[in-house]
Design a protein. Structure first.
Length: 93
């Protein structure tokens, strides 16, 4: 059975093309649910108008499917994404 740690390792391979940082470190992943062979991800984008949103969702799906699980990615904008202080420092803002 896949673990949350397995999933996080794959999410760390999903890089936001604009910021060149993975979706996990960016804090774009709000929730991970595992039910047997099914994984449900709740995620957001850096902004609702993110031009790379569909690409990010496909990338997350592809990486997680490589673990041999069914994947459902749900996108939300509540709450709106806000970078952590640590991340703001990494980004230089």
């Amino acid at each position: 059975m896949v673990t949350k740690e397995d999933i996080i390792k794959k999410l760390e391979l999903c890089i936001d093309p604009e910021l060149d940082i993975d979706v996990w470190t960016l804090g774009l992943i709000y929730d991970i649910k595992i039910d047997e062979n099914k994984v449900e991800i709740l995620m957001t984008f850096t902004s609702p108008m993110c031009p790379f949103g569909p690409e990010l969702v496909r990338n997350v799906e592809d990486k997680l499917k490589s673990l041999g699980v069914d994947v459902q990615v749900n996108v939300t904008f509540e709450p709106a994404w806000k970078p952590s202080d640590e991340l703001r420092e990494m980004l230089g803002v």
